[in-house]
Design a protein. Structure first.
Length: 637
């Protein structure tokens, strides 16, 4: 269970070129990987979010796998009291919006929320977590609403349609289908498409296309009071084509799913039935009506059902939730059933928490892997089964919910930022050169709008690296590729840093300006051994003996050099003072000019390397006196 709670070293010339090649390849691979990441930011998000009601009836959107490189949706409705929610794509932008209903006095309200309102101007949106959201539509209702669903009922209107119901004064229920008032509507203007009345109180609704005709959905309804399961077409007129009534074993819930791999969906339903009668059913359409496809005897009976494709093979599995009396002992409250495709290697069941608090669930692809996960909720947590086709392992998210209403759908498929957002395929460009060398490698960095992929004008300027780095172009429009080159002419060995600043020209661009760090390491091809000299004499008050030390300088070519002791102190000399590498330079400690205390100096050898004359190499020299010596035994194994 998971609780919630995402320097370079000098090298010899022979090794230098090999290392440089590895580093450049590594940076190239890094740049490619980061470029892919940047490009991926402009593509639609494929993972679903969890939408639920909290104990106060506030609608909340939770993303268990938020994108790490961009904003993510973490939305809540501005007020509470909502009693039911449904998801649908009402704007035609590829992601889902939320429709909700609640009672208000003697009437009610239906409101359409867009938690990621990319298509609206800034003066029409508010922001949560810097993500724009909006109320697209708000409809007062004459009576308290009851049922809510979305579906495809009119192919000539943009997006999905909305189905809701309320009870009339004569105790009949009125059902209304809303469609957009314009064919290319954006979810802000609606009209009535169909309405009808049914006798009695109806307690559950679902939509789905069972006959595979014209891609228009049918409506499944349950009336627990009447013990009836019914199915309706609403186009070209409202027509009932299936009914099953049983007052002794009353139907309690309904759902549509692709339980049988084929053309139309199947109708699933559960009822209150004791053994030996079946309580879970799946019906398929035979061209005229619904006929039995699957039945299972479960006691106690389930009261919640939904479908999900957990193996990503086109057919969906049936998920059932039920409540148990404590005296019945440990029995599974969550039950999964496959049809005949053997997606499961064994029965999938879970006891849950040992109480009856899990009362709502749905299925969806919350991790974006192409397979659905199971999401169920109780009053204080959300449980996500991450691989229900293989195991019953789950992730727990501590969230207060109303324990019943949860939907899973992709509310941010079109991205999360309407404002342009500058991104680059690499945040640092690095190279290693010899003094005087110009790199023959062009480092390329992609710059683009990572939010919407729009064309954003920009300029570039080099800061702190004007003498050794060049970037082209100096201006452009995203998406663009910057070419960066390094030149070590006139540079002494060392590490140099600077940056390229990319500045968007229009206002309101996020991550603007941003910098790409530059780092150039200049390494001499001259090898020095030893890299430091130390002279010791004993005792401190006695003159040191005359001592010589040899420093070897080597290089892959015959380069002219000059040598001197830095500052020309009298106690140390060097010879020869000029010549051609390779060479050995003798450093002599002269006791006639002994200083009174410890001191230091340096041998400085200046080498005329190709393209960069006068490259200095410094070998520190330490003169150290000691008052006593300690002799330790040598132990050999």
């Amino acid at each position: 269970m998971v609780e919630e709670v995402w320097r370079l070293h000098a090298l010899r010339r022979s090794r230098f070129w090999h290392w440089r090649g590895v580093v450049l390849v590594g940076f190239a691979l890094l740049a490619i990987g980061q470029a892919r990441m940047a490009l991926a930011q402009t593509m639609p998000f494929t993972d679903d979010e969890i939408v639920y009601l909290d104990p106060d009836g506030v609608i909340r959107v939770f993303d268990p796998r938020p994108p790490s490189a961009m904003l993510y949706v973490d939305w809540a409705s501005p007020d509470g009291g909502w009693q039911n929610i449904a998801l649908g794509d009402f704007t035609g932008d590829g992601d889902m919006e939320i429709v909700a209903i609640r009672q208000e006095g003697e009437g009610g309200r239906l409101t359409l929320f867009d938690p990621v309102a990319q298509h609206l101007p800034d003066d029409r949106v508010e922001r949560i977590n810097d993500v724009p959201w909006a109320v697209l539509y708000d409809l007062p209702l004459p009576r308290p609403p009851l049922l809510l669903a979305t579906g495809e009922f009119d192919l000539n209107r943009n997006g999905n349609e909305i189905l809701y119901s309320y009870t009339l004064e004569n105790e009949s229920d009125r059902f209304v289908v809303l469609r957009q008032a314009e064919s290319a509507g954006t979810g802000e203007s609606w009209e009535e498409q169909r309405s009808w009345e049914l006798v009695g109180r109806w307690s559950a609704v679902a939509t789905g296309n069972v006959d595979n005709e014209a891609n228009i959905d049918e409506v499944g309804l349950v009336s627990f009071d009447r013990g009836e399961l019914a199915a309706f077409r609403i186009e070209p007129e409202v027509t009932q084509f299936f009914s099953n009534v049983n007052l002794n074993n009353r139907w309690s819930n309904v759902a549509f799913g692709q339980f049988v791999l084929g053309e139309g969906l199947e109708l699933g339903a559960v009822r209150d039935a004791d053994l030996p009668l079946a309580s879970a059913w799946v019906f398929r359409y035979n061209g005229t009506t619904m006929v039995d496809q699957f039945a299972e005897r479960l006691s106690p009976s389930p009261n919640v059902l939904f479908f999900g494709d957990f193996a990503n093979n086109g057919d969906e599995e049936l998920v059932l939730l039920r409540q148990l009396r404590p005296e019945l002992g440990p029995r599974p409250r969550l039950v999964l059933r496959d049809n005949a495709n053997n997606d499961f290697t064994s029965a999938r069941e879970d006891l849950l928490d040992g109480d009856n608090e899990y009362k709502g669930g749905d299925a969806g692809d919350v991790d974006g892997d192409g397979r659905d996960e199971i999401v169920i909720i109780r009053n204080n947590r959300i449980r996500i089964y991450t691989d229900p086709a293989g195991t019953m392992n789950y992730q727990l998210i501590e969230r207060n919910t109303n324990g019943q209403h949860v939907k899973v759908g992709n509310v941010d498929a079109d991205g999360l930022t309407r404002t342009p957002y500058l991104v680059a395929s690499s945040s640092i460009v690095s190279d290693v050169l010899a003094p005087g060398e110009t790199s023959n490698i062009v480092h390329r960095v992609a710059v683009q709008d990572g939010g919407r992929g729009t064309q954003v004008p920009f300029t570039t300027v080099v800061q702190g690296a004007e003498g050794w780095a060049t970037v082209t172009p100096s201006s452009g429009v995203t998406s663009a590729t910057l070419s960066i080159t390094f030149d070590a002419s006139g540079l002494q060995p060392g590490v140099y840093s600077g940056r390229v600043v990319v500045d968007a020209q229009p206002a309101g661009v996020q991550n603007d300006p941003f910098a790409i760090d530059l780092e150039l390491t200049v390494e001499s091809v001259v090898a020095i051994s030893p890299a430091r000299l130390r002279f010791f004499y004993y005792r401190c008050e006695e003159p040191p003996p005359s001592t010589d030390a040899v420093v070897a300088f080597s290089a892959p070519g015959a380069y002219a050099f000059t040598a001197e002791i830095e500052g020309n102190p009298a106690w140390v000399t060097a010879s020869p003072t000029d010549g051609t590498l390779p060479a050995e330079i003798t450093v002599r400690l002269d006791p006639a000019f002994r200083p009174d205390e410890n001191t230091d100096a340096a041998l400085v050898v200046t080498v005329d390397l190709p393209g960069s004359p006068g490259v200095r190499h410094r070998v520190p020299i330490d003169l150290i006196c000691v008052d006593y010596r300690v002799f330790a035994p040598m132990i050999a194994n």
